[in-house]
Design a protein around this ligand. Structure first.
Ligand code: GUN
Ligand code: ZN
Length: 427
């Protein structure tokens, strides 16, 4: 029989969306959760669960919060070692810091080292699934999938394709991008908990021929995700206009080549035209909000309230290392701050939903991860709401659960992550 553990705490389970009605009403709080093998078996009252699962070990977490592991919908694991690089905006930041670092991933040993480091760091921060860009090098995809497979993690990555406007050594061609992506997809997609994402970096670094090849590959493998960047900075949008004079807008540079779809993930999506918003929504494509990156690189303020109200599919992400943190707590805090600058404060339940269910929905994995419910995969975290003196003195005088959780969202870091369970195993 599979090993069984009952975890006691304030177990949060989303039963609806906190963006409709009273946000807190979307959450049910249980006394305990049962992990059986690699899945969640049940949620409920502690005594009843103990009676129903008499063989199970019981772990008491007092008033700590138990929630699904965080899901980071857009990261660049190869940028781990250059996170927090100073003083540049997008294009200069890519040329000065990012491309030289990504060059190092031609070396498989370096890629293995960073992939392991990245997965250890993020697990310590409570992130159990992420959708990552790799580099141009097929080895960088092998390194990441191998490291995640060894840890039993559900992750997504893909070879980042670029055939122009990148330095020698970081360019492929339309044909080699197609061939290498296809070979990697065939090797990894659907193996254990691993999924492949077709990954053209963004329109400025792909020729129309390469975008067409990526679109053709996606049409052959429609069950794969496709990830890229969209309308992050105004200079970038101007550049795209010059490179694609016939395109109606930035999104059209993807749409024209078959790169707009419901399994598409569009990072940043800040400066969108009305037509782009309509098309993204109609296709059920995912917009990924990267708030620490958008403030760090100076990109702009994502329109969370407006986009949510019009029914867009939205995920939340660190965008490591354009983002300035590995922590989804810090990322939720930044999303809150961006919301405030736009006049719409996000509720704690909305922030937690974005970091779990919302991101899982954007990856089309919300039937497996991102929430605690019977049958879901057992990726979960235990949050300590008193992890530092500063947080502790604030949560101690909270009147309800949300007021107790919010200081940890705003001020918490890896010290707030008391336990991490991945695939039914305690890390
Ligand atoms: N646009 C194209 N590549 C990147 C990247 O690596 N990071 C960010 N933030 N934006 C990009
Ligand atoms: Zn990115």
């Amino acid at each position: 029989m599979a090993s069984q553990t009952i975890l006691q705490g304030s177990v949060l389970s989303f039963t609806g969306t906190p963006f409709e009605g009273e946000p807190g009403d979307a959450v049910q709080v249980h006394e305990a959760v049962v992990v059986s093998g690699q899945h969640i078996a049940a949620l409920g009252d502690l005594e009843q669960l103990q009676a129903a699962y008499p063989e199970a070990d019981v772990v008491h977490h007092g008033n700590k919060v138990i929630i699904a592991g965080f899901v980071d919908a857009h990261v660049h694991y190869p940028q781990t070692a250059m996170i927090a690089s100073w003083g540049k905006r997008l294009i200069d930041w890519l040329n000065t810091y990012t491309f030289p670092e990504e060059m190092k991933f031609a070396d498989r040993a370096y890629a293995d080292d960073i992939a392991g480091r990245y997965l250890d760091l993020t697990a310590a921060h409570g992130t159990t699934t992420m959708c990552s860009f790799a580099t141009i090098h097929p080895e960088s995809v092998d390194a990441f999938f191998s490291a995640a497979q060894a840890r039993g993690q559900r992750v997504v990555t893909g070879k980042t394709c670029m055939d122009r406007n990148a330095p020698e050594g970081l360019r492929d061609t339309a044909q080699s991008a197609y061939d290498q992506s296809k070979a990697l997809l065939q090797r990894w997609h659907g193996v254990d908990r691993l999924e492949y994402a077709i990954t053209p970096r963004f329109s400025p670094t792909s020729t129309p021929d390469q975008l067409e090849a990526m679109g053709a590959l996606w049409a052959e493998h429609p069950d794969c995700l496709m990830q890229t960047h969209l309308s992050e900075q105004t200079d970038e949008i101007e550049w795209v206009r010059g490179l694609f004079p016939d395109a109606r807008d930035y999104l059209d540079t993807y749409e024209a080549f078959g790169l707009l779809g419901g399994r598409g993930l569009y990072g940043h999506a800040i400066h969108l035209e009305l037509r782009e918003r309509d098309q993204l929504r109609e296709h059920g494509a995912a917009l990924v909000h990267c708030p620490t990156s958008n403030t760090f690189i100076g990109s702009g303020l994502f329109d969370m309230a407006g986009l949510m109200a019009e029914g867009q599919r939205i995920g939340l992400a660190t965008d490591t290392g354009g983002g300035s943190s590995f922590s989804m707590l810090r990322t939720m805090a930044a999303a809150y701050e961006v919301g405030q600058l736009r006049g719409v404060p996000l509720h704690a339940a909305q922030l937690l939903w974005l970091a779990t269910v919302g991101s899982a929905r954007s990856l089309r994995m919300d039937d497996k991860i991102g929430n605690l419910a019977p049958g879901m995969e057992a990726d979960l975290i235990v949050l300590d709401l008193a992890s530092t003196p500063a947080i502790s003195q604030r949560s101690a005088v909270a009147d309800d659960l949300w007021e107790a959780v919010f200081p940890t969202i705003m001020m918490g870091d890896d010290r707030a992550i008391a336990e991490v369970w991945i695939n039914g195993q305690r890390r």
